[in-house]
Design a binder for this molecule. Structure first.
Ligand SMILES: [Zn+2]
Length: 99
């Protein structure tokens, strides 16, 4: 299968919008997406891939599980965004202490 071209004519990546405003340097965990009755899926912040029961189940997310990033986008943007990947359990503990 031919790989989809992500680069636009001006050289920028078509997946990038304003993610820097909320994802630059964030701490991320590798997590299972757990659907709730109110919210059965999430989208990758970059390529809009779906996470959920019927789509991919795991991905990277911010500690509050608000923003999700698929594995492919994580690989593509990790250097640019300087993410800090933490162990999910340790992250939860330190997050509690911060608050
Ligand atoms: Zn993605």
């Amino acid at each position: 299968m031919k790989q989809r071209r992500m680069k636009q004519a001006d050289g920028t990546d078509g997946r990038l919008t304003n993610q820097r405003d909320y994802l630059l340097g964030r701490r991320l965990i590798w997590a299972d997406f757990v659907p709730t009755p109110r919210w059965d899926h999430e989208h990758c912040a970059f390529c809009w891939a779906k996470f959920g029961e019927y789509w991919q189940h795991t991905g990277y997310c911010t500690l509050d599980r608000y923003y999700w990033i698929c594995e492919q986008c994580f690989r593509d943007f990790r250097e640019e965004f300087h993410w800090i990947v933490e162990d999910a359990r340790e992250a939860r503990d330190s997050e509690t202490q911060d608050n």
